[in-house]
Design a protein around this ligand. Sequence first.
Ligand SMILES: [Zn+2]
Ligand SMILES: [Zn+2]
Length: 422
Amino acid sequence: MRSAAGETTQPCPQCGAEIRGDSRFTLWCAACDWNVDPEGPRAEEGRVERARRALARRHGEKLFAEVTGGGTLRARRDSAATLAYVIALAVHGVTLAAALGGVWFLVRYWGGPGMLLGLPFLLAATALRPRFARLPENKPVLLRADAPALFALVDEVAQVAGTRGVHAIAVDTEINASVMPYGLRGRRLLTLGLPLWEILGPRQRIALLGHELGHYGNGDVRHAAVVHTALRSLTTWRYVFAPVPQPTGIEILVNVVYIVPGLLVQGLLMLLDQLTLRAAQRAEYLADREAAHAGSSEAAVGLMDRLLVVDSAEILLRREVNALALSGPRSAREAENRADEVWERLTAHMASIPEHEHERQRRAGSLRGHSVDATHPPTHLRRPPARRRAPGRGRRSGRRPGPQDRRRTRRGAHRGGPPADP
Ligand SMILES: [Zn+2]
Ligand SMILES: [Zn+2]
């Protein structure tokens, strides 16, 4: 049965209660949860995945109890995270030992054939050396001089979050945002997805910056850099020790010899993953706290609710991009006007998403439990702690970035980037 534009009512096939729906979204029953999560958790997951999920849930529930149990959540490195750090240092230690071994052979047998023994060691050390991220080349990167007002805003939020600002801001087309260290000196890159920025209100933008910079305030990103580079080295080892498919002759022998080191590397990778899981979840709750601190509780919760329904925004954006591609070449001015129209349509679309779709996503998230691929706890658990902060104004004044920043950040950015983490 159809009433207003797109709105439908019909009885639930499971319990008979009346379902109010919107033809653009999944039909589900709020009374009995019928069809609340049609995609469901992935059914084909194996034993290891299931075990990881169970562990993630256990960590998550404990942490949630801690967050809501009246105790103050503090940034601290628990014993698991410390152990992860020690293992990571040991991995880098192996790389260093390989480098020193290579040099030792070179020096000891200088001029003789023994020198060649140093070669494999040096090659291994080169392949396994810790690699630091660089500034992205496939998306626009703003430095302080390019967008002074935006950087000033970031500085101000950083101060509230108890940390420094960033060195560079990259802009991309993801409905997402992230922070990461780059370069040897661990400089800071903030990546802002334009579509996400555009669908947020001024205070929600402050909350978003508060969340991202909150990751630095927790002091866990630097720590993560040591672990992350170790994970990359281990992934290289895993590649080296991977068995040759359909081996013949000598390859069979190599495969046999590689079994033990291969299993060891695989085991270390899984162990590091488990050990850092809890710290990662804790960091998200802490980052949410900074989001509420910088913006306001309402803004932090509003930001989470926006992120709940990004799939729908993604579909709309993809349609817009296709329409744009079909309409052929145009002048720079036309393109800019077109872009403004796209943002307006996107904002209107987000505003038109009914509350029952938000609620469905929250319930689906609660059914799926703590995700193991993403570090973020499900939204139904993140909302209460963020709400617990005194309601009302945040610390930041909530003005929008200056006009020259908006213009700048709107231009370009037609290439996607790697997945990020808001
Ligand atoms: Zn029902
Ligand atoms: Zn986060």
